[in-house]
Ligand binder design. Structure first.
Ligand SMILES: [Fe+2]
Ligand SMILES: [Fe+2]
Length: 145
């Protein structure tokens, strides 16, 4: 079975690829909104996997519950990223290209910073303390969504 760290590395690569696919697509083309929707779906799925499964376990394992930890910072990033992506979604649907472009630039920067932060979180430690069965169960649940 695939390890958590290799799954997360691949998922980050997928998110970057989908984001670049959207950025490189052109407004007015049919595929523009499709690119956005595909990114949005995968991005929010990824965030929910981190916030609902990985971060609580990391906090518990690292004994940092209730203290500012790396997961607290990552969650703060998520909040900002979600605000931006939801504003983008609204404007993509309204064909408001000027605003889309503005938020897009900010999101690109924020996403890059966030992914760098998460590389430093070393998901590889999750491979050591999260049971394979528990992870497999989690992936199954997510696939059903
Ligand atoms: Fe992530
Ligand atoms: Fe994240």
């Amino acid at each position: 079975m695939e390890t958590i760290s290799s799954f997360m590395d691949k998922d980050h690569a997928l998110i970057e690829k989908l984001w670049n696919g959207f950025v490189d697509s052109h407004e007015g083309e049919d595929s523009h909104k499709e690119h956005f929707d595909k990114f949005y779906k995968n991005f929010t799925r990824h965030l929910s996997l981190e916030e609902n499964f990985l971060f609580p376990r990391l906090d518990k394992y690292l004994g940092m519950k209730g203290e500012p930890s790396i997961t607290v910072l990552a969650k703060q990033d998520h909040e900002g990223l979600l605000k931006l992506i939801n504003l983008m979604q609204k404007n993509v649907n309204l064909d408001n290209h000027k605003k889309v472009l503005f938020y897009q630039k900010n999101f690109t920067k924020a996403l890059k910073k966030h992914l760098k932060r998460e590389i430093e979180m070393h998901y590889s430690i999750c491979d050591a303390f999260i049971l394979k069965e528990e992870w497999q169960e989690m992936l199954k649940k997510q696939r059903k969504k």
